[in-house]
Design a protein around this ligand. Structure first.
Ligand code: SAM
Ligand code: MD0
Ligand code: SF4
Length: 369
């Protein structure tokens, strides 16, 4: 059960915390919990306004956008929240050919995305005893075909694969812990190792990739868990941090849970923005589709993820169909929303130079081994 007793008691208290964050001063765990418990409508307006101001101070009016290629939906794992868990017989299963993956990535690049996210379930064909040669080959082929940076979201890999993945063209490695409460993790990701999953982010950074970390909202975590996660995500050095609302999936153990209150996600986005002014924070189209874009950007997000080309037989994750074949998850649709908000897409060069600067910084700080 979420407890809310620690929300700001007055506008003075809220103003103090927002000012502190705006000036870049450290917020304690208790202060994060307090901000995460904000629910009064006028206080929420102030919270989101400050989060936007912090975003604009660091990123101006530039927003970035990611194409999503979920190229294999086969999975050996049985995550209780996921439609694609191995024991769901009604899940949509496909495995795209290398040619299909290249065509999809190229089409996304041509449509104007800043990055292509290559995502898969822990497909037993690609995660097999004889190594990860096929995965590396796919990444290399896509990298040869497109100029935009690549994100790889393959699930959990052994430590010795990361350098090959970086050399093949991986710029980002995404692997979300979902929660940093170990007990809850065991329920969400049964038979998976908490520590090995957490280490993925470190191994990725050591090999020269940037890391994305994330949590789910509405899976049984407390506000204190969310505050701790926000702190840990920062400590990991993740340059992109996300919060996504849980969407219940049929034929899964969590099918009869309530859908998360999307407001809870927006508050988490705003607090992450206050604490991490210069990191990337996604507004995923995979939760509420295109209709949920504006609220997420207004809460402080600055990267639109889960852009999916229509009618190519590609699925989303939390929303496997929503807005895909209707063309709602395309760059032209998001540009309409951005126009109405007075913001715009950044240039690919701007995006690429930002991430190159981060990589150089990691090298000069001795993160890369
Ligand atoms: N299989 C890889 C893994 O688990 O890391 C990569 C892809 S996985 C499908 C990507 C993420 O989607 C998960 O880590 C989780 O955060 C999110 N996700 C999956 N099912 C979801 C659901 N029902 N609601 C919200 N987010 C979900
Ligand atoms: C998204 N459906 O961005 C995608 C996915 C995997 N790196 C990302 C969760 O919402
Ligand atoms: Fe597999 Fe990823 Fe879904 Fe878990 S979240 S069942 S690892 S696809």
């Amino acid at each position: 059960m979420i407890y809310r007793s620690k929300g700001p008691k007055s506008f003075d208290q809220l103003g103090y915390l927002l000012q502190k964050a705006y000036e870049g001063r450290h917020l304690s765990l208790g202060e994060l919990e307090c901000l995460l418990s904000t629910r009064d409508p006028d206080m929420l307006t102030s919270l989101f306004k400050t989060a936007r101001a912090v975003k604009e101070k660091n990123f101006g009016t530039s927003i970035y956008c990611y194409g999503f290629v979920y190229f294999s939906t086969h999975c050996r794992n049985d995550c209780s929240f996921c439609f694609y868990r191995r024991s769901n017989p009604s899940s949509v299963r496909y495995r795209k050919t290398d040619e299909d993956i290249i065509d999809l990535a190229t089409a996304l690049e041509d449509s104007g995305v800043h990055l292509v996210d290559l995502t898969m379930g822990e497909d037993p064909v690609l995660h097999n005893g004889s190594g990860y040669g096929r995965l590396i080959e796919i990444v290399q082929k896509v990298n040869d075909a497109v100029k935009v940076p690549l994100m790889i979201s393959p699930g959990v890999l052994p430590s010795d694969i990361f350098t090959d993945l970086t050399n093949a063209g991986g710029d980002w490695f995404a692997c979300y812990q979902e929660t940093h409460n170990r007990r809850l993790f065991e329920q969400l990701r049964p038979e998976q190792d908490y520590d090995i999953r957490l280490l993925q982010k470190e191994w990725a950074r050591r090999s020269g990739m940037l890391a994305e970390e994330g949590i789910m909202i509405g899976v049984g975590e407390t506000i204190a868990d969310r505050a701790r996660s926000i702190q840990i995500m920062g400590d990991l050095g993740a340059r992109q941090v996300r919060a996504m609302s849980f969407i219940p999936q049929c034929n899964t153990p969590m099918s009869s849970r309530d859908t998360a209150q999307f407001l809870e996600e927006l508050v988490a986005i705003a607090v992450m923005r206050l604490v991490y002014p210069d990191r990337l924070i996604p507004a995923s189209l995979d939760i509420e589709g295109i209709s949920g874009l504006r609220s997420r950007l207004e809460a402080g997000a600055n990267v639109i993820t889960s852009i999916i080309p229509p009618s190519k037989g590609l699925a989303g994750v939390a929303q496997h169909e929503l807005d895909i074949d209707g063309g709602g998850r395309t760059v032209s649709q998001i540009e309409e929303v951005l126009d109405g908000m007075g913001v715009r897409l950044g240039t690919p060069a701007d995006y690429a130079s930002r991430i190159e600067e981060w990589k150089l910084n990691d090298r000069s700080m001795g993160v890369v081994h």
